[in-house]
Write a protein that binds this ligand. Sequence first.
Ligand SMILES: C[S@@+](CC[C@H](N)C(=O)[O-])C[C@H]1O[C@@H](n2cnc3c(N)ncnc32)[C@H](O)[C@@H]1O
Length: 268
Amino acid sequence: MRLHELVLRHGDLPRHEVERLLTAATGRSRSDLLVGVDTTDTEMSTFEAFVQRRLAHEPLQYIEGSVPFGLVEIDVDARVLVPRPETEYLLELVSERAKDPKMIVDLCTGSGNLALALKAVFPDADVYATDLSPDAVAVARGNALKNDLSVSVLEGNLFDPLPESLRGKVDLLVANPPYLAESELADLPADVLNEPKMALVSGPGGDELVREIAERLGTWVRPGGIVGVEVSEFHAAAVVEFFSGIDGKVVKDLSGRERFVLGMSPVE
Ligand SMILES: C[S@@+](CC[C@H](N)C(=O)[O-])C[C@H]1O[C@@H](n2cnc3c(N)ncnc32)[C@H](O)[C@@H]1O
């Protein structure tokens, strides 16, 4: 079956999605598919099953099974949020600001994407990651093994599971916490609604977890340590106030949306 015939047959999906689903179903390279290699019946029935899952709004990346993130490849499924390109930009922002960090903490780690990508950039650092969801912790630990990277993934609320010995010693703190209000769920696209609600919604106001991170980070981050938190573009102007203790500034993403708060713990 030629690729263009499949694209025509599945006109309700964008062409690039048909290509990616066919690549996932057959394990063939895109260039092989473009020149029209023969596919087996089993591969085609896997492809058709993938198309049906996608038409039911399952995120493309869950069907593909993994996403590249920074220098690592991250397995994803319905237990975790799909890592976003914006978060990859946060990785870039903090990587260029942190000078040879030796102690890194990633709160709300989900699939472990930020923690593992930071460990790949700073292999000498001790990296700790926390998440309240036991499912996410399992996925992040699996991703650490997959990428052969040593990161301590701990289950619990924000800073709670961190060893006391880290207090005041953290050189780099990152977080991409849930930051939507309950009421914002209704406006989300169907694909996003198939991701864990716990990864999306913070509480009635949307700013609860960002506020708690801002209030508690002071005793964990060392003087001069770097903090980078992903926030909602709709809350950025308000939540940056929570980070006055680290002189937090709103930073825009590449499309000009206010998406991050970056700051540095004051040097006494
Ligand atoms: C927006 S997702 C981010 C996942 C990942 N860091 C990323 O960038 O794709 C938020 C994560 O926070 C976790 N979470 C929710 N409430 C939490 C809490 N109170 N403490 C720690 N993690 C929490 C969710 O389970 C979810 O994995």
